[in-house]
Design a protein around this ligand. Structure first.
Ligand SMILES: Cc1cn([C@H]2C[C@H](O)[C@@H](COP(=O)(O)OP(=O)(O)O[C@H]3O[C@H](C)C(=O)[C@H](O)[C@H]3O)O2)c(=O)[nH]c1=O
Length: 177
């Protein structure tokens, strides 16, 4: 499993092991030694997935301390544009963002605690799997508004939940990280 840095401190792209034959595709998305060798958290407490239609934006989400979590995200069907914002005040890339195309059965993105996560669905449908290192806590489930992060989303009429559209803008978010 190759672990590659991105423009944001601690945010990594992982090249998953993929094997294809006449039966189909086999993908390994977690390898403990690779995580340990790259100091990536791997004590995942929950795993869930979402299925989204084209032009859906989900995000920008995070859990507030003390329930913050690291996140391993990958796609098992379709294509997305994964977007991450650094909300860690001590980070050298604080308030910066990165956009990473993710397609099924190829790469994963590792998102450290203190970052906001979201994505845009590029294909007709997309299935996104999230593995997180803390248990979901509704009172700590927070976010910043998707169109306040300085990123020009490549979509004209995004499909967004009322909850996601009601998040505070990044400039009005006193970072808790
Ligand atoms: C995570 C979670 C959610 N929920 C409830 C809360 C909502 O009523 C419903 C859907 O959750 P949400 O609207 O947060 O789902 P998404 O907008 O797809 O958020 C997900 O996608 C973005 C991009 C992320 O990065 C989040 O970590 C991830 O939760 O399930 C639960 O009951 N338990 C849980 O563990």
């Amino acid at each position: 499993m190759k672990v590659k840095p991105t423009a944001l401190e601690g945010v990594m792209v992982l090249d998953n092991f993929v094997s294809q034959d006449k039966r189909g595709t086999f993908v390994k998305t977690f390898h403990a030694q690779s995580f340990q060798a790259n100091a990536l958290a791997s004590e995942f407490k929950e795993s869930y997935y979402s299925e989204s239609y084209k032009n859906v934006i989900r995000g920008m989400h995070f859990q507030l301390p003390p329930h913050e979590h690291d996140k391993l995200v990958y796609v098992t069907q379709g294509d997305i544009l994964d977007v991450i914002v650094d909300l860690r005040q001590t980070s050298g890339t604080y308030l910066q963002h990165v956009a990473i195309p993710l397609s099924a059965n190829q790469q994963s993105v590792y998102i450290p605690r203190g970052c906001a996560h979201g994505f845009l669905t590029l294909s007709d449908t997309a299935t996104v799997v999230y593995n997180v290192t803390s248990v979901y806590e509704p009172s700590a489930d927070a976010g910043i508004k998707w169109d306040s992060i300085g990123f020009d989303w490549p979509v004209t009429e995004p499909i967004i939940s009322d909850r996601d559209n009601a998040f505070v803008s990044m400039r009005d978010f006193p970072s808790a990280f």
